[in-house]
Write a protein that binds this ligand. Structure first.
Ligand code: FAD
Length: 536
């Protein structure tokens, strides 16, 4: 009966081990036999000693057994395979014969420190094969402690991990190369997992994170109103803006790409499961945007100047028509009186008056035909904040020259509403211009202009408040009448009438707040849901 077959019968196995130990096979080193004897004395007869010896001999790991001075007593076949040294080469020699001497001494000191505490040690060191070739060894050493608590031997197990080390190094090199390339890229780059956690952030991204006081740029960019990126879809290039804690606004062209990568958790070892990731790439275009904005503002300035010229001409001609209409009316009345008194024999005077009246009427009509028409403008979604901001930019030179402090408090994310962009911008600029005039006229130390926007009860509310002399209660309605002006000179008094008309066209209201005691507060309100404005 073989020893293998005795493994299920402890009594028979014990007997077999005893038999084995009485006459051990010649190829089993004496020290291994001694070890087996120690095991037997520990009364743990789970395997036959021959099986045990064969298992050690045939194990695919380089195993060596030493005395307490690390002199090799036994080395298995894998040891010969890994090191190139045969049993005969190594038995009786110290394990240090494998040492390449490039391993730092602290490694050996730590190894021996553990062994002297009767603890095992695991680590890497560089060994040298019989042929002189170096290899990286992953070594585990452990003490063999007798039942009396004395270390009698050491067992060493090691394997050649040079290839794995090389692969690890290559992987590390590739990662460093990748990290360097990603890091020096001027674009903002981040990789997010399916929970939105940021797994990779390049230097530009980290700088942005710092500028945002620790708020994740990826989170803010992907949550931007026009980002339109879902968890599954790629986001094509989008121009997005970020508002920073220092009050600045910066612009980015941003895109997000989805990709799947192998899951590295143990659960996915056989299933080749994949996890979705998102790569976010953003280029800052604030400078470009600033230049575009400058070009746009210059075009806007030219457009507004042209509009103001047209409006001035319209006002002047309308004023002239208004002035001419009065004597014409008198003439008409005189002709009427003379006609009623007909028979008085003053036909020649009547004829002259009729001629003057008709020529005057013809001149008025000619002049009326010269009044420039207002441009047709489409109804489009407009952003009141944007228009007010542009009106302020257009007035900036005047504001600076007058030393006016502007307190601009727009409500962020103000809804859009359908409106005539140019008409509204002109109206807002007119209101800002009026406020500047009032502040300059007051010539007081306090020179403030406050602008606010908000949503209030389904309406867009806008306030323009100045620190000027204010408007007397009796004039609060009159100022909106055409040709009413307190400024004199070139002012035709059509500014607020034009604003009133623009507001009316948008079904809005304009009021002068009676509760405002210092200066003047103009309040405008526009309904949000109106889409049936008349085209003009
Ligand atoms: P050493 O003088 O041998 O040792 C360096 C340091 O270890 C010194 O600080 C010294 O004080 C301490 N030290 C050495 N021997 C002992 C001891 N018996 N008791 C207490 N402290 C001691 N080394 C390898 O390079 N490659 C191996 O594959 C390898 N396998 C080993 C397997 C086993 C089972 C054991 C017990 C040791 C093994 N060693 C191995 C360690 C080896 O014995 C040497 O310590 C090491 O190679 C350094 O050799 P050295 O001649 O440079 O210095």
């Amino acid at each position: 009966m073989s020893d293998d077959r005795n493994s299920g019968n402890p009594a028979a196995a014990l007997e077999a081990v005893e038999r084995f130990l009485q006459s051990p096979p010649p190829d089993v080193p004496g020290e291994v036999v001694a070890l087996l004897q120690a095991t037997m004395h520990g009364r743990r007869p789970s395997l036959s000693p021959r099986l045990f010896a064969e298992a050690v001999e045939q194990a695919p790991v380089a195993i060596s057994i030493t005395d307490t001075a690390a002199n090799i007593l036994y080395a298995n076949a894998a040891f010969t395979q890994v090191t190139g040294f045969s049993q005969a080469d190594v038995v009786g020699h110290n394990e240090s014969m494998l040492s390449d001497k490039s391993t730092p001494s602290i490694v050996y000191r730590t190894l021996w420190g553990r062994l002297l505490q009767q603890k095992s040690w695991n680590g890497m060191l560089v060994n040298r094969r019989k042929d002189g070739e170096r290899y990286v060894a992953e070594l585990t050493v452990a003490p063999v402690v007798s039942s009396g608590g004395v270390t009698t031997h050491y067992v060493g197990m090691h394997r050649d991990i040079t290839e794995m080390f090389q692969l690890q190094q290559e992987l590390q090199n590739q990662k460093e190369l990748f990290d360097t390339v990603i890091d020096v890229a001027p674009a903002v780059i981040a990789v997010l997992d399916d929970n939105g956690a940021t797994l990779l952030r390049n230097r530009a991204y980290r700088r942005l994170l710092h500028d945002l006081n620790g708020r994740e740029p990826a989170e803010l960019l992907l949550a931007a109103p026009n980002a339109e990126a879902t968890d599954q879809e790629n986001m094509p290039s989008r121009e997005l803006r970020l508002d920073f804690p220092d009050g600045s606004t910066r612009w980015f062209v941003c895109m997000a790409v989805h990709f799947n990568a192998r899951d590295s958790s143990a659960d996915a070892y056989f299933s080749a499961r994949e996890r979705p990731y998102r790569m976010l790439v953003a280029h800052e275009v604030s400078e470009l945007k600033r230049q575009q904005e400058e070009v746009r503002m210059n075009a806007l300035r030219a457009l507004v100047a042209e509009e103001e010229l047209g409006r001035g001409l319209r006002e002047t001609l309308t004023g002239a028509l208004h002035q001419m209409q009065r004597p014409l009316n008198l003439l008409n009345a005189a002709v009427g009186m003379l006609e009623r008194r007909n028979g008085g024999g003053d036909e020649s005077l009547l004829g002259v008056l009729r001629q003057v009246r008709d020529e005057g009427s013809a001149a008025v009509e000619t002049l009326r035909g010269c009044v420039p028409q207002e441009l047709q403008e489409p109804l489009l979604p407009v952003n009141l904040n944007q228009l007010l901001h542009e009106a302020l930019l257009l007035c900036t030179p005047r504001l600076l020259a007058a030393g006016i402090v502007v307190d601009w408090q727009p409500t962020v994310d103000l809804p859009l509403f359908n409106g005539h962009e140019r008409r509204l911008r002109s109206a807002l600029k007119q209101l800002v211009d009026n406020a500047i005039d009032a502040i300059v006229d007051a010539n007081s130390e306090r020179r403030e202009l406050r602008l606010t926007t908000r949503v209030d009860g389904g309406q867009l509310a806008l306030q323009i408040e100045d620190s000027g002399p204010g408007i007397a209660p009796e004039l609060r309605f009159k100022v909106f009448e055409p040709f009413f002006t307190r400024k004199g000179g070139q002012h035709a008094g059509m500014g607020l009438a034009m604003v009133q008309e623009a507001v009316n066209r948008h079904y809005g209201t304009i009021d002068i707040d009676p509760a405002c005691n210092e200066g003047c507060r103009i309040c405008l309100r526009f309904p949000l849901l109106t889409d049936n404005y008349q085209e003009w």
